[in-house]
Design a binder for this molecule. Structure first.
Ligand code: 9MJ
Length: 674
């Protein structure tokens, strides 16, 4: 063994680690970058000449091993909490009052105040001073194992210096400073790649890389702010002293934190940071106050995932002025015609905003937004940018109020906005390129034509290839054509073809529902079929005598107007003719609907309905063949929600399951009872 080489390797490692510490922890580099690079190159050369000298905590070993296929899961022994938010000085005062009352303390409390970094929370475990595991926060209980990636961040030590505890878990925020963010985006654009929208997304994307070499190339930084599990160390009494100890072990902590006294101290600190914010080298979205004394922290404990001993005082959303260059209309998948304001691009709340949705025509009128106006825009945290208001005093001469377009900008069909509704819609349906895909997906869905196996992905391919422009085109597809779709073998193409053929024999209610006429759900389709018996009399009434359509139970002027608009459009008449010509037939009523119309459908009830008990609702649904289940899943047909609904409603929203209130439930029950 070459002892000179060993000594030199150890000296180089110690020196590199010391320069990392001076650079990332003390923010006080001693040597130029080129000198640092020279030390690193010498260490690499020695290690490759003497591979037996390589250790896992050598600075050359930050990126080791091949990229993994996925992140493992880590269960946090001590849950990773989030923070309660405050938005006003009064919120801070109330937080302080509650804390002192609980503790029975009358004199002002000391707080540790620090900037609230806008990055990504992480936890890192050091055993006997060596970094052994790192994880993201995840849901606070379970996170992703990002050990290899945290190791790749030069700003974070692989081992602790001095007398480190047997086990030390530190928590902190991973972020990208603004200058690094700008450089990263310049480089990405130069390579022809997309820029990151903001430093937070860039940090999250950089840490969650399956290849640690990519993480290593990103200008990530870490500031530690707290503790997790500990063994072999009794922390000092104060938060500030804990952070002092972390810093002494070589961990980076935020240099702008301070000890402050009482509410006044907190508010002064907040003001000072708000003023300083624009000059900081990293992005923050508020400040955090933590009760200094650890003993007080443990007496205060936490409620629902947030400690009672900490408060995040958020900065108000940044607002900037810009100019409305144009107001354009976009057509969504469901035909909603939405106004969008094109703006002179401005950097606000961490992103460049060049357009904002104005939601709907009523909103444009309410705010009286006009082309040429000066507008206040803002963006708070993750929230979508919004146009707050326009400044009438800066309005140039000759502007005109915005008008709703009469024709769809995509397909030229009529746009209608029923009385009392905020949303205007294109009546083009599948004949509008913007809506085609969604209309065909709906047509094929289970409660419509029920074409088994024809899901969203396949519809997307069929429409993109241009072969399928209307639902009737589905019936012209051959097995050979289906086989050309992605991941479609001979057998599945034949199965899909059979399912399409099978769907040709359907019922009038299903067909009506499948056409995707606005406001015509299953219940209304059934009621219409019952009333008119056949399609032609319904079309005739809808076109020429909409008042006759209103005779159908639960069909009001809005539904009648939608039916009218649908059936006067020549494209829709052509669709029905084309369906007939391809051999699609429909029976006047669903055969099974006569017996138990809700057979096979699962409902979930949540909250209190205004006038029905849970038992009544359940009995009424069961009488029609429905199943009432306790929890929401993808199979749930409807969630019926009353007052104070629970997490079931959230789950329904998350899964995109339709939600009915009592009126909606009654309508559905009535349609099926008749
Ligand atoms: C951030 N994001 O800067 C905490 N944080 O403390 C700071 N987050 C935190 N502290 C307990 N400075 C839970 C989260």
């Amino acid at each position: 063994m070459n002892t000179d080489a060993r000594r030199r390797v150890e000296a180089l490692r110690a020196e590199i680690t010391r320069h990392d510490y001076r650079y990332y922890v003390l923010d006080d580099p001693e040597i130029p970058d080129a000198e640092y690079d020279r030390l690193m190159a010498e260490l690499k050369a020695l290690e490759s000449a003497h591979p037996q000298l390589i250790t896992s905590d050598s600075p050359t070993q930050r990126v080791a091993g091949a990229p993994s296929a996925a992140f493992g899961e880590v269960v946090h022994a001590v849950p990773m909490l989030s923070l309660e938010n405050g938005f006003t000085d009064e919120d801070v005062a109330a937080f302080d009052r509650r804390a002192r009352e609980r503790l029975g303390v009358t004199e002002p409390l000391w707080y540790w105040a620090e900037p609230k970094l806008d990055g990504l929370a992480m936890t890192a475990i050091f055993r006997n001073g060596r970094l052994v595991q790192a994880a993201t926060r995840g849901d606070g209980v379970r996170g992703e194992d990002v050990t290899a990636n945290l190791r790749a961040i030069r700003a974070f030590p692989l081992s602790l210096s001095g007398d480190a505890p047997r086990l030390l878990e530190v928590r902190g925020e991973v972020f990208i400073p603004l200058d690094g963010f700008e450089r990263m985006n310049r480089e990405a654009l130069a390579r022809g790649e997309k820029a990151f929208v903001n430093p937070r997304n860039a940090a999250a994307g950089s840490l969650r890389q399956l290849d640690p070499a990519v993480t290593a190339s990103r200008p990530l930084r870490v500031y530690c702010y707290g503790l997790g599990s500990l063994e072999g160390w009794e922390p000092p009494p104060l938060q500030s002293e804990v952070l002092g100890a972390l810093k002494a072990w070589g961990l980076p902590i935020c240099p702008h934190a301070a000890r402050v006294r009482g509410v006044e101290g907190c508010i002064d600190y907040y003001r000072a940071m708000a003023e300083r914010r624009a000059r900081l080298t990293y992005q923050i979205d508020g400040v955090v106050f933590k009760v200094e004394r650890l003993e007080y922290q443990s007496r205060l404990g936490f409620i629902s995932r947030a400690p009672r001993w900490a408060l995040a005082r958020k900065f108000p959303a940044e607002e900037v002025l810009t100019r409305v260059e144009a107001i354009e209309w976009q057509v969504g998948r469901t035909g909603a015609v939405t106004p969008v304001a094109r703006l002179t691009p401005k950097f606000v709340g961490g992103v460049t905003v060049s357009n904002v949705t104005l939601h709907n025509f009523d909103e444009v009128r309410r705010k009286d937004v006009r082309v040429g106006d000066t507008a206040v825009i803002r963006r708070a945290g993750d929230v979508i940018p919004e146009l707050v208001r326009v400044l009438p005093e800066r309005r140039p001469e000759g502007t005109v109020p915005v008008k709703l377009p009469e024709r769809c900008p995509i397909c030229g069909s009529e746009v209608i906005k029923p009385e009392g509704e905020a949303v205007a819609r294109c009546t083009g349906g599948f004949s509008c390129a913007a809506q085609r895909q969604e209309a065909i997906r709906h047509f094929a869905s289970r409660l419509a034509m029920d074409i088994e196996g024809l899901g969203e992905k396949l519809v997307e391919q069929l429409v993109a290839a241009g072969g399928v422009r209307s639902p009737a085109d589905l019936y012209t597809l051959t097995v050979e054509q289906l086989q050309t779709l992605e991941r479609m073998g001979e057998k599945s193409a034949a199965n899909l073809h059979r399912a399409i053929e099978r769907s040709k024999h359907t019922t009038l209610p299903r067909l009506l529902y499948a056409l995707g006429i606005r406001e015509v759900g299953e219940a209304t389709a059934l009621a219409l079929a019952r009333h008119f018996g056949e399609l032609e009399p319904l079309i005739e009434a809808a076109r020429s005598h909409p008042e006759r359509v209103e005779e159908v139970a639960d069909v009001g002027p809005v539904v009648a107007a939608h039916l009218h608009a649908f059936f006067i459009a020549p494209a829709h008449r052509e669709l029905i003719d084309a369906l007939r010509a391809s051999g699609v037939t429909w029976e006047p009523l669903a055969v099974s609907a006569a017996a138990l119309p809700l057979e096979g459908q699962t409902f979930v009830l949540t909250g209190t309905l205004p006038s029905m008990t849970r038992q009544e609702a359940q009995a009424a649904l069961s009488a029609l063949g429905a199943k009432v289940a306790a929890s929401v899943s993808r199979k749930t047909r409807y969630v019926i929600a009353g007052a104070d609904p629970g997490s079931k409603l959230e789950k329904a929203h998350a899964l995109g399951i339709p939600v009915l209130d009592e009126a909606g439930l009654r309508k559905l029950l009535d349609a099926h009872r008749r």
